[in-house]
Design a binder for this molecule. Structure first.
Ligand code: SAH
Length: 254
């Protein structure tokens, strides 16, 4: 069933006029008719089923007919922070696929070995485009939350955030066989806190500079490996999210 986000509270039995963008997509593009249904996620992350009750020239009315107890979110809120990838395509891939895989937010920052650069005048436009990608991926993957996409001027501004667990995926740790930090961190988080927030930092194509590792360590980041293979800049955060989902959502055998 089609799944959209709406910027208001919804209650059972309520009738409402669709916002212009939803009208455009559901009624104009997908040609929903009176009686057809789709899902709307409200500001409290509650998923409602609505039925189209009336269609006019530029507006449509829907009615909330059911509210579902449906949660597609990971039990830990994960922020993916990446040194600027080489080009927009890779950035978009991280946001789109990372949203499907459950990330709560994305932060991009210029890093020492990054080739990519975001011109100051273009930051707002790039974020707007990425935010749209996040919204459509969240709709497509039936999320309860649309992840946020942000830009920070430097790594120190990334490291300053408020998190329960801070990790940096470091290629050198992968190469030297570090393989317990991520699993241990996830185990600690779920046993200690029901709404835990985790940030994971990833390098760009050129990797992470030793000075950046030192800065992160000073901010309480633990270094983790992601296995013996060196993953590309866009693959590493996606692998990380997949590994978190496996441990947090799939690995239990009871
Ligand atoms: N050019 C570097 C690799 C950079 S890969 C080299 O050849 O060593 C891009 C980023 O993905 C890294 O900075 C790191 O954050 C992450 N990454 C890739 N593979 C990893 C692994 N096996 N373990 C931990 N992090 C990894």
């Amino acid at each position: 069933m089609q799944h959209y986000f709406i910027d208001q509270e919804l209650n059972l039995g309520m009738e409402l006029t669709l916002p212009a963008e939803l009208y455009q997509h559901a009624i104009v593009v997908l040609r929903k008719q009176v009686g057809d249904q789709f899902e709307l996620v409200d500001i409290h992350q509650t998923v409602s089923i609505v039925t189209v009750t009336q269609i006019e020239k530029k507006t449509a009315q829907v009615k909330v007919v059911e509210q579902l107890d449906q949660n597609a979110e990971l039990p830990v809120a994960i922020t993916i922070a990446c040194g600027l990838p080489k080009n927009d395509k890779k950035t978009e891939l991280i946001v789109e696929k990372g949203t499907e895989m459950g990330a709560t937010s994305f932060i991009f920052f210029p890093s020492q070995y990054a080739i990519g650069k975001w011109n100051k005048q273009k930051v707002a436009k790039k974020l707007e485009r990425l935010q749209k990608k996040a919204t459509s991926a969240a709709e497509q993957s039936h999320r309860n939350v649309v992840p946020t996409v942000e830009y920070r001027e430097n790594l120190a501004a990334v490291a300053d955030g408020n998190y329960d667990c801070r990790l940096v995926a470091y290629e050198e740790a992968g190469k030297t066989g570090e393989k317990s930090v991520l699993a241990q961190a996830l185990t600690n988080l779920v046993t200690s806190n029901s709404a835990a927030r985790l940030i994971a930092v990833f390098g760009p194509e050129g990797g992470i500079a030793p000075a950046e590792i030192d800065l992160l360590k000073a901010h309480g980041f633990a270094i983790c490996g992601l296995g013996p293979r060196i993953l590309r800049a866009e693959t590493a955060p996606l692998y990380f999210l997949g590994a978190c989902s496996y441990q947090l959502e799939l690995a239990s055998v009871d």
